[in-house]
Write a protein that binds this ligand. Structure first.
Ligand SMILES: [Zn+2]
Length: 213
């Protein structure tokens, strides 16, 4: 679906608020949403994640060895590079629970998707979905981004969840009741617009290009 086709489905007052948020994020992170800047930001996130202070991630990590603190560090890097710290600020200001990322099984549905955000700001990484290899030969198309490592795909999956977290924490009324957000399991037009304008993601489904396993 093209941007102009879904943007017109967003009520004017909600669109104004979403655009205001995008302006604040662009100011904080100090770059706009061109393809080149987006790719550079993902490269920076992956580089940060592989440093000891970023969690010491391996590109082809073993999900059973991953710790919550590694996941928190990766999520914090995605948040800082792409949202400029706006979400962290908003969570502190509204005294909501801090973002938490847990490996294992989403108690709602262990096989649902790669990951899922709960209302208490916990993101579950579904271990069952992270056992396959992602590589140059076996890449994943994550919402338009070609991922050639598991770490890259995980960073993108966290970006996707951070879109939900932005709506939940910055626009709780939209999260609860907007006809432009709730459809398709909270992947309606507002999700699609934010996912694209914040992370460069197109659509909302990951897809294996060559599922050799
Ligand atoms: Zn989602």
């Amino acid at each position: 679906m093209r941007e102009r086709d879904y943007v017109r489905l967003i009520p004017e007052d909600e669109l104004v608020r979403v655009k205001g948020l995008l302006r604040r994020v662009y100011n904080l992170r100090s770059w706009f949403n061109d393809t080149e800047s987006i790719s550079r930001a993902w490269v920076n996130v992956l580089a940060a994640a592989q440093k000891p202070e970023g969690g010491g991630w391996k590109l082809d990590f073993d999900i059973d060895q991953v710790t919550p603190s590694q996941l928190s560090a990766l999520c914090a890097a995605v948040e800082l590079y792409f949202l400029g710290g706006l979400l962290a600020q908003q969570i502190r200001k509204s005294r909501r629970p801090a973002l938490k990322v847990l490996p294992g099984e989403d108690p709602r549905d262990p096989y649902s998707w790669l990951s899922g955000l709960h209302d208490d700001n916990t993101i579950y990484i579904n271990a069952n979905r992270w056992r396959e290899t992602i590589s140059d030969e076996n890449p994943m198309n994550f919402e338009g981004a070609l991922c050639t490592s598991k770490l890259e795909a995980l960073a993108h999956a966290l970006g996707h969840e951070l879109v939900h977290a932005v709506v939940l924490n910055c626009f709780p009324d939209i999260d609860a009741a907007s006809v432009a957000y709730l459809p398709d399991d909270k992947h309606g037009p507002i999700f699609m617009l934010l996912n694209k304008k914040l992370f460069g993601h197109v659509g909302h489904a990951s897809q294996r290009l060559f599922n050799i396993a």
